[in-house]
Design a protein around this ligand. Structure first.
Ligand SMILES: [Zn+2]
Ligand SMILES: [Zn+2]
Length: 190
């Protein structure tokens, strides 16, 4: 059996079962454990799987992590492009539709320990504590007022030149949104 074919088989198994064991693979594929170890290392180096004791496991794909759910703040479908994930101390992971809802969600959960958001330009998930936010640009991507999230401050500034708005850090963006939402509620009240 050709090595690349074998690695593909292993990869398929990991995708199906979530994880594989070296001993078991060596038996079913009829090759030495050493060979399987090498295959798994290679797949791990390529960033396709994660090595664990005695085997390997599937990486959580961004699609699995983000797809399908609905935003707890506005019940819109969560799209990967604008997703905002709040990790709570008790282990719960809440996914908001966009940084607008994400920041409000973060505010509403005192047990939140960390949060990730999709970089608006590159799509990567980034830590919101070190992110830069563009607040209220003339660009509606999801909920309004719009909030966009960037890893690089320069990217936020570039978008600001095109779409206006304010460049803020997490703390400022949260405070701003809190103020805007309070005003909105006051105006909505009869
Ligand atoms: Zn939402
Ligand atoms: Zn939204």
């Amino acid at each position: 059996m050709h090595a690349s074919f074998r690695r593909q088989l292993i990869l398929d198994r990991i995708k199906e079962d979530g994880r594989v064991q070296v001993a078991e693979l060596s038996q079913t594929l009829g090759v030495s454990r050493m060979t399987i170890h090498r295959d798994l290392s290679r797949l791990a180096e390529e960033g396709l799987v994660r090595r664990v004791r005695g085997g390997a496991e599937a990486l959580t794909e961004p699609g699995d992590l983000l797809g399908g759910g609905r935003c707890p703040m506005c019940s819109m479908r969560v799209r990967q492009r604008t997703a905002f994930i709040v990790q709570c101390a008790e282990g719960a992971q809440l996914r908001a539709c966009c940084p607008h809802c994400g920041l409000l969600l973060l505010d509403s959960r005192p047990s939140a320990v960390s949060a990730l958001a999709a970089d608006f330009l590159h799509g990567r998930m980034i830590n919101v504590r070190t992110a830069t936010f563009l607040v209220e640009p003339n660009l509606t991507v999801c909920c309004t007022p719009s909030v966009l999230c960037f890893q690089q401050r320069e990217d936020a500034i570039r978008f600001q030149k095109g779409f206006g708005g304010w460049v803020m850090d997490l703390f400022q963006a949260q405070a701003h949104l809190r103020g805007v939402m309070r005003l909105k509620t006051m105006m909505d009240e009869p």
